[in-house]
Design a binder for this molecule. Structure first.
Ligand SMILES: Cc1cc2nc3c(=O)[nH]c(=O)nc-3n(C[C@H](O)[C@H](O)[C@H](O)COP(=O)(O)OP(=O)(O)OC[C@H]3O[C@@H](n4cnc5c(N)ncnc54)[C@H](O)[C@@H]3O)c2cc1C
Length: 248
C-alpha cells in the first residue's frame, strides 16, 4: 500500500439484498485486524482527487477474520457508495480498523436492539459472535426498514428466533406496507413500535439495556421514550450513522 496505491484489501463477496442495498465482504490482504462486535472499519476508494473513506459497521463474527462483512446502502448523492457500486468482487479497496465503542455491555441485562436500515449490521456481529462462542444473551431485536425486501437476514433471524438454540426475539417492521402486498407483520417506523414491544416483552429500566443504531432521528425518538420510562443514559447505547439534521 502506497499513496499512489492505497489499497490493502479486496472485495471478496457481494450479495445484492435489494436494489441499492448489499451485503459486501472485504478480505484483508495484509495482517487482518481483530475487533470487538459492534465496532466499525473505515472503507476507502479513490475518488477523482483523493481517497474517499467512510465508517462502516462490521456485521460478521469477530471470531472470523477471513473476511469482514458489511451491510451497505447506496446513497445516490454520496461520496463513497456510488463508487462502491461501480466495483465488483475481486476489486481492490482500502480497509482500516477497528474503531468505535458501540459494544455489548457485560451487564447481564436483556438487550433491546433497535436498528433502522443498515443499522442492523453491528447487531448481526454481536449475535454471530455470541453464537460462535456458544454464549448467549437475552435479545429482543427490532429492525425497521421501508420495504419487505430490505429486511436482510430475515430468514436467518426468524429461524434463530423460532428455534430453541439461542434466546432471540425478532420483529421486522416496514414503513411502506403499500409496496409489500403480502406482508402480514408489523408496520410503521421502528421507533413507533418500541413502546408496545417494551410492554409486550416486559422490558423496563430495571432489566434492560437499549442499543440503538442507524438513522439519528430514530435514535433520538427512542431515547425520548427511554427517558420517559426511566432508563438512565448509560442504559441507552447509541451509534448514529450520520449527524442529526442532515438530509440526503
Ligand atoms: C460509526 C458509523 C457506522 C456506519 N455504518 C454503516 C453501515 O454499516 N452501513 C451503511 O450503509 N452506512 C454506515 N454508515 C454511514 C456511512 O459512513 C456513509 O455515510 C454511508 O455509507 C454513505 O456514504 P457516502 O459517502 O455514499 O455518502 P455520505 O456523503 O457519507 O452521506 C451522505 C448522506 O447520506 C445519508 N446516509 C448516510 N448513510 C446512510 C445509510 N446507511 N442509509 C441511508 N442514508 C444514509 C445521510 O443523510 C448522509 O448525510 C456508518 C456511519 C458511521 C458514523
Amino acid at each position: 500500500m502506497t499513496d499512489d496505491y492505497p489499497y490493502n484489501g479486496r472485495i471478496s463477496r457481494w450479495e445484492e439484498v435489494a436494489p441499492g442495498l448489499a451485503i459486501v465482504a472485504v478480505q484483508a490482504l495484509e495482517e487482518p485486524f481483530e475487533f470487538q462486535p459492534g465496532q466499525y472499519a473505515t472503507l476507502g476508494l479513490m475518488g477523482p482527487e483523493k481517497l474517499i473513506q467512510r465508517p462502516m459497521s462490521i456485521s460478521s463474527s469477530a471470531d472470523d477474520l477471513s473476511e469482514y462483512e458489511f451491510f451497505i446502502r447506496r446513497v445516490e448523492t454520496g461520496g463513497l457508495t456510488p463508487l462502491l457500486w461501480q466495483r465488483s468482487v475481486g476489486d481492490p479497496i482500502n480497509i482500516k480498523g477497528p474503531k468505535g465503542k458501540f459494544l455489548l455491555q457485560d451487564d447481564g441485562r436483556t438487550c433491546l436492539f433497535v436498528a433502522s436500515g443498515t443499522g442492523l449490521a453491528p447487531f448481526m456481529s454481536m449475535i454471530e459472535t455470541l453464537r460462535s462462542r456458544n454464549q448467549s444473551r437475552d435479545i429482543v431485536l427490532l429492525h425497521g426498514v421501508s420495504h419487505e425486501h430490505d429486511l436482510a437476514w430475515r430468514a436467518e433471524l426468524s429461524e434463530l428466533a423460532n428455534g430453541d438454540g439461542f434466546p432471540l426475539r425478532y420483529v421486522g417492521t416496514i414503513s411502506r406496507p403499500q409496496h409489500s402486498p403480502g406482508w402480514a407483520g408489523a408496520t410503521g417506523r421502528v421507533e413507533a413500535i418500541v413502546s408496545d414491544q417494551l410492554d409486550a416483552h416486559g422490558l423496563d429500566a430495571g432489566n434492560t439495556t437499549i442499543y440503538l443504531c442507524g438513522n439519528p432521528d430514530m435514535v433520538s425518538a427512542v431515547e425520548e421514550i427511554a427517558t420517559v420510562r426511566g432508563f438512565a443514559p448509560e442504559q441507552v447505547r447509541k451509534e448514529l450513522y450520520w449527524p442529526k439534521g442532515r438530509q440526503h
